[in-house]
Design a binder for this molecule. Structure first.
Ligand SMILES: [Mg+2]
Length: 368
C-alpha cells in the first residue's frame, strides 16, 4: 500500500458570542485543519492538527511533509513520524510544525483502523476500563458573570456530568465570586479551574490558596508554560492538583515537567504534541513518574474522537474533555452518533477514528 496524496482542508466557524478566558483574552472564531491521507488501495485516513492557524498547518503539511510521505507505506507510522520530525538539520521541536505532523500521524492511525477493520482503541491497547465507555467532564464554561457561569455549570451537572471545567483568571476576588457561585450550583460534582497561563507566580499562589479553600479538583495552566519551576513551586505549596501540558510538545518536553515535579495531571493534546503516536509515549513516560494524564481536547469531532480512543486504551488516563458548547464541527464529522449518558461517552464501533469529512461539511464550513 502506498500513500498517493496528503492534503489539508481548512474549516472554521464564526461563534455567536465571543468566548472569554483569562487576562482579558477572548475569541469568536474556531478554525480547524483536517488532514486527509489517500492511498492506492482506496483506504483514506483523516486527522486533525491544531496549530492553531490552519493556513500554517496546511503549508507545513503540503510543502514540507507531503513530499516525504508520497509513495511510502502508511502502515509504517513510527518511521514516517521520524521522517517528519527527526531527520532535519533544523528541527521543528515545538509549535506548529509538530502540530502539523500530529494531524498527519492521526490520519495514519485512522487509516490503519480502517485497513485492519477495527475501531482505533482496539489497535491502541483495547478498552482499559472494560466498560465500553469513559467518564467525561463538561468543557468549557467560559468567563461571564457569576450567575451566568453558575447557571451553566448547574445545567451541565443536571445533564449527568460529574465534573465541569470553567475558565477564570481575572483576579482573586472576581475568580472567587465565580468559584463560590459554581460550586454551589453543581452540588457534588467537581469543579476544574483553567486560567490559561493568566497569572504571574505571586497571584497564581494567592488564587491557588483560594481554590484550596473551595476544594477545586484541579488548577489548570496557572502560569506561563515556560515557567516549569513555577508550576513545581505551586505544586509544593498547594493542595489543589496542578494540571498543565496543552502547550507542551513531545515526550522530551513532557519529561522536563515530570522531572521537575511540576504537574499532577499532564494534558498532552494529540492534535498538537506529536499525534497519537507521541501521546501514547507521553502517557507511558508519565506513568514512569506516577503522573496521571488527562489529554487535552478542544477541536473538532476528529480530535475529540482521537482523544476518546487514546483515553480508552491508556491505563494512566482519566477524564475525557468533552466539548459541550454549541459547535457544529463535532456532530458533523461523526460517522455514527456519539452516545453520551450519565457523563460517560461510549466507545465508537466504526473502524478507525469513526469520523468522515463530507462534501456538505466542506461546502458549509470550508475557509480560504
Ligand atoms: Mg486549558
Amino acid at each position: 500500500m502506498e500513500i498517493t496524496d496528503v492534503r489539508v482542508t481548512k474549516l472554521g466557524v464564526e461563534l455567536e458570542e465571543p468566548k472569554r478566558t483569562s487576562a482579558g483574552r477572548e475569541f469568536d472564531f474556531r478554525p480547524a485543519a483536517i488532514v486527509t491521507v489517500e492511498t492506492d488501495e482506496g483506504v483514506t485516513g483523516i486527522g486533525e492538527g491544531y496549530g492553531p492557524n490552519p493556513h500554517v498547518v496546511e503549508t507545513v503539511v503540503e510543502e514540507k511533509y507531503r513530499p516525504r510521505l508520497l509513495g511510502e507505506d502508511p502502515r509504517d507510522r513510527e518511521r514516517l513520524w521520524d521522517d517528519m520530525l527527526i531527520l532535519d538539520t533544523y528541527w521543528d521541536r515545538k509549535g506548529q510544525g509538530v502540530a502539523a505532523a500530529s494531524g498527519v500521524d492521526m490520519a495514519l492511525w485512522d487509516l490503519a483502523g480502517k485497513y485492519y477493520d477495527e475501531p482505533l482503541y482496539r489497535l491502541l491497547g483495547g478498552d482499559v476500563g472494560g466498560e465500553g465507555s469513559v467518564e467525561a467532564y463538561a468543557s468549557d464554561l467560559f468567563w461571564d458573570d457569576p450567575e451566568v457561569m453558575a447557571e451553566r455549570a448547574g445545567g451541565y451537572a443536571d445533564r449527568g456530568f460529574s465534573a465541569v471545567k470553567a475558565h477564570l483568571g481575572r483576579g482573586l476576588e472576581a475568580d472567587e465570586r465565580r468559584v463560590e457561585a459554581m460550586t454551589e450550583a453543581i452540588g457534588d460534582a467537581h469543579l476544574m479551574v483553567d486560567v490559561n497561563c493568566g497569572y504571574e507566580r505571586a497571584d497564581a499562589l494567592r488564587v491557588g490558596k483560594m481554590l484550596d479553600r473551595h476544594g477545586v479538583y484541579w488548577y489548570e495552566e496557572p502560569l506561563s508554560p515556560y515557567d516549569v519551576e513555577g508550576h513545581a513551586h505551586l505544586r509544593r505549596k498547594l493542595d489543589t492538583p496542578i494540571a498543565t501540558g496543552e502547550n507542551e510538545y513531545t515526550k522530551w518536553g513532557f519529561r522536563e515537567l515530570f522531572e521537575a515535579g511540576a504537574v499532577d495531571y499532564a494534558m498532552p493534546d494529540a492534535m498538537r504534541c506529536g499525534g497519537i503516536t507521541e501521546t501514547k509515549k507521553i502517557c507511558a513516560t508519565a506513568a514512569a513518574f506516577n503522573v496521571t494524564c488527562t489529554p487535552h481536547s478542544y477541536t473538532t469531532g476528529v480530535g475529540l474522537l482521537a482523544t476518546l480512543h487514546l483515553l480508552a486504551s491508556t491505563p494512566n488516563c482519566e477524564w475525557l474533555e468533552f466539548d459541550v458548547t454549541e459547535f457544529p464541527l463535532l456532530e458533523a464529522v461523526y460517522a455514527e452518533p456519539l452516545e453520551v449518558s450519565d457523563g460517560r461517552v461510549s466507545l465508537p464501533t466504526t473502524p478507525g477514528l469513526g469520523v468522515e469529512l463530507t462534501e456538505e461539511v466542506v461546502d458549509e464550513y470550508g475557509i480560504e
